[in-house]
Ligand binder design. Structure first.
Ligand SMILES: CC(=O)N[C@H](C=O)[C@@H](O)[C@H](O)[C@H](O)COP(=O)(O)O
Length: 233
């Protein structure tokens, strides 16, 4: 079963279909249509946030889904499927893969990642667990606590990596991740052109996740506007 999912994902593009409450496209219906468009174009999986979006997407397309719940807690910077409670909720949707913060940072309620994973393995033995990491130390930690897949999702989005970009120096960070871990790696975070997606696969990633460059029209529009406005410089 898990092997089948890996096979389905190998060498392909996963489209992240997410719009938070403060974004113009915030709507499970719209996200399900984004997922349909992704499938029509050859996308091989979907990444989605929130139970309602995951359900709408699973009702609409038959692709593997990486499910998450984004939630802020006051006592920790960890916000992607941060506690056992959210991991359980996403697992209960039947998602093939659940992504959660795989960093070494202190988690809400001081939960221990190894304990969370142990518990989920007992309750949902079929689900694949993806670690959203920032640093190389996160990657080693995530592998040691028993994740199935490493994601680079948080590279550029943690205090230690703020401002960094995965594509810098021909994907130097991604190359280091691939050299460090035996686990399959999903390149995610600012993979915002077809060439970058292609390069990440070429370097040996299992697959690539691209989000904003496909499903966030405000980001897409801004790139056009910025290009035009640069004429004034
Ligand atoms: C850091 C964070 O919150 N990342 C989120 C994780 O689910 C999403 O907001 C991103 O859109 C996703 O990772 C895809 O990345 P990009 O949109 O850059 O292609």
């Amino acid at each position: 079963m898990k092997e089948d999912i890996y096979k389905q994902l190998t060498g392909g593009l996963i489209v992240s279909c997410q719009a938070l409450e403060n974004e113009p496209l915030h709507s499970s219906f719209i996200m399900s249509r984004m997922a349909r468009a992704a499938k029509e174009a050859g996308g091989i999986g979907i990444r989605a946030n929130s139970i309602v979006d995951i359900q709408a997407i699973r009702d609409t397309v038959s692709l593997p889904v990486i499910g998450i719940i984004k939630k802020d807690y006051p006592d920790s910077p960890v916000f992607i499927t941060p506690t056992l409670k959210e991991v359980r909720q996403v697992c209960a949707t039947g998602c093939e893969i659940v992504a959660l913060d795989g960093t070494t940072r202190v988690r809400p309620y001081k939960e221990e990642l190894a304990e969370v994973i142990k518990q989920i393995r007992e309750e949902f033995p079929e689900v694949l667990l993806m670690a959203d990491t920032g640093t190389l130390a996160d990657v080693s930690f995530a592998e040691s606590v028993g994740f199935d897949i490493i994601g680079t999702t948080l590279y550029g989005y943690t205090a230690e990596t703020a401002g960094l970009n995965i594509a810098t120096d021909d994907f130097a960070h991604l190359k280091a991740v691939l050299a460090l871990t035996k686990l399959p790696v999903i390149a995610e975070g600012k993979i915002d052109t077809p060439d970058k997606a292609k390069r990440a696969i070429e370097l040996g990633c299992l697959c690539v996740v691209s989000g904003g460059a496909i499903t966030r029209p405000q980001e897409i529009t801004k790139r056009f506007v910025d290009a035009i406005e640069s004429l004034d410089d």
